[in-house]
Design a protein around this ligand. Structure first.
Ligand code: ADP
Length: 310
């Protein structure tokens, strides 16, 4: 388990992390979301033991990161922001070096090297110096060193940063496959990533936790939750018709693509009624969708409300 209690980090008078508390349970992938400069990396560095907090505590599998640093680091794999490593070393030499630092024996090193090299697709770059690798491969080497000792807890700072869409997909699948028996904290500013891999999302801005909930619950706070969007040729008359349906609060037309969205009144289910209306009126609809809510909108709302208050 990761337990963070009242973590604070100040740089002079500036508070980068302001009284942050949360816990991550086994089998859970927690997404740490926030705009740039929100305090995500600083929080992760404190949990990983790379930075001392001004106050507050972080515990990993019961070990206090400050008071029992060796035990805490043993159970932890950490992918830092940008994944710095030794550029002149080859990938193989670097991973061997990490295995040595971790005190892994020869047999364990061989088994784990094979495992992570295969999982991260590093076979063809094993003998290449790290500084000559593309950003995507450097990121994969960073991930490889984080999981080499098969730790129960993983802290991954922007794990898919710099990867192309296929590589992003692969790394997300890797995180999902590890999630079953590990505790994983990932930071990201990519909202679709939260859907793809996280059971819970903590939204942080200006160093403070502003929300802590499953992605679906955050989406249900969106005004799009339960709205019905459709595309049809006859926008103006359909808009008027939809606005008269019971339970519909308002109807908007997207000026960019002409898509019509009908928003429900609180607690009203409008999908069936709109469907019935479309059939009765014999309206041709090229596509129609029940919106589950838009995380990007909720994210913007939560983080900018905070900005405005500050
Ligand atoms: P994020 O990872 O969410 O983008 P960071 O944790 O990197 O944010 O940074 C949080 C805030 O702390 C930023 O405003 C950043 O400029 C500031 N900060 C980070 N490191 C230092 C430092 N060593 N000295 C002063 N300010 C810092």
């Amino acid at each position: 388990m990761i337990e963070v209690q009242k973590l604070v980090k100040r740089y002079g008078v500036f508070t980068a992390v302001d009284d942050v508390s949360f816990a991550v349970q086994p089998g859970e992938v927690l997404g740490f979301l926030g705009p740039n400069g929100a305090g995500k990396s600083t929080t992760m560095k404190m949990i990983a033991g790379f930075l001392s907090p001004t106050s507050g505590t972080a515990r990993v599998c019961g070990f206090d990161v400050q008071e029992q640093p060796i035990q805490a680091k043993r159970v932890l794999g950490y992918l830092p922001e940008g994944a710095p490593s030794y550029g002149e070393m080859t990938v193989r030499a670097f991973l061997r070096f990490v295995a040595d630092l971790r005190g892994m024996g020869v047999a364990q090193t061989r088994v784990r090297m094979d495992e992570v090299v295969g999982r991260l697709g590093l076979e063809r770059v094993l003998e290449q110096p790290i500084e000559t690798l593309s950003k995507g491969f450097k990121r994969r080497v960073g991930l490889a060193q984080a999981i080499l000792h098969d730790p129960p807890v993983l802290i991954l700072d922007e794990p898919t940063d710099g990867l192309d869409p296929n590589q992003k997909h692969e790394v997300r699948a890797l995180i999902q496959s590890m999630a079953r028996d590990k505790i994983i904290l990932i930071s990201t500013h990519i909202l679709e990533e939260v859907h793809a891999v996280c059971q819970r999302a903590v939204i942080i801005a200006r160093g403070k936790v502003l929300a802590d909930a499953p992605p679906a619950e955050l989406e249900s706070r969106s005004r799009y939750h339960g709205a019905v969007s459709l595309t049809t040729a006859n926008t103006v008359s359909v808009k008027e018709g939809l606005a008269r349906i019971e339970g519909v609060a308002s109807v908007e037309i997207d000026p960019q693509d002409g898509r019509i969205t009908a928003f429900p009144r609180a607690g009203q289910l409008i999908w069936e009624r709109i469907n019935g209306f479309i059939q009765d009126q014999q309206i041709t609809v090229s596509e129609m969708q029940l919106e589950r809510g838009r995380l990007d909108e909720v994210f913007r709302q939560i983080t900018t409300t905070q900005e405005m208050r500050a």
